[in-house]
Design a protein around this ligand. Structure first.
Ligand code: GDP
Ligand code: FE
Ligand code: FE
Ligand code: FE
Length: 187
């Protein structure tokens, strides 16, 4: 499928604001892919589909976790943690995407994970710094992304975890595993 077909497919599944966010992630991910030597088409498709499950019903998503044998730890965490793994399931089952790298970029875009691929990092970072995002510190993250993908990824993970702690939210185990992996790699 081509860009316009994917965009037409996701548009009715989300509010306007989320669609605009998705376009921003797509453009940012393509830029990062070009900059860091990643497949631009794969980055484009992963970005367009990354939030496709964001507005799916939680009951349905939890059912998918059970029937598709996804990580059982997801049960009870709500749509913020479910929409990545379930989005990857939709991309595979409905859009017939077979590329595991592309599916993993969708699957892990919220939590990250240890040992992330370049494409996974690009989608994770693009999701956070796309032009419509506005939060204190986003410009620093944007500048880092222009210089070093691993450092930008690390800064994005640290920013998210600090935010979750500040707002007294529980941290999903994989998010912590991702953070620990980043810290073990830093010099
Ligand atoms: P979005 O779908 O474009 O809004 O972005 P993400 O998929 O990256 O994140 C969705 C939400 O999940 C954000 O509000 C994050 O702060 C939140 N989130 C990310 N990691 C965790 C986590 O480990 N625990 C919890 N409770 N929330 C998280
Ligand atoms: Fe998301
Ligand atoms: Fe994200
Ligand atoms: Fe997103």
């Amino acid at each position: 499928m081509e860009r316009e077909q994917y965009l037409a497919a996701i548009k009715p599944r989300m509010p306007e604001k989320r669609y605009i966010h998705t376009i921003g992630v797509m453009e940012t991910a393509i830029d990062l892919a070009r900059m860091y030597g990643e497949d631009e088409k794969k980055a484009e498709t992963a970005a367009i589909l990354h939030d496709i499950a964001k507005y799916a019903e939680i009951e349905w998503m939890e059912q998918i976790v059970r029937t598709e044998k996804l990580d059982e730890r997801l049960i009870g965490w709500g749509s913020e943690l479910l929409h990545g793994p379930v989005g990857a399931y939709i991309a595979e089952s409905e859009f017939r995407i077979k590329d595991d790298e592309l599916l993993n970029a969708i699957r892990f875009h919220t939590t990250g994970r240890p040992n992330m691929s370049r494409l996974e990092k690009i989608i994770f970072v693009a999701d956070m710094i796309e032009p419509n995002r506005q939060f204190a510190g986003v410009d620093r993250l944007r500048k880092k992304a222009q210089k070093n993908l691993d450092k930008a990824m690390s800064a994005c993970v640290r920013h998210t975890l600090a935010f979750l702690i500040d707002t007294r939210q529980p941290i999903y185990p994989l998010s912590i595993e991702c953070y620990n992996d980043m810290m073990n790699r830093e010099d």
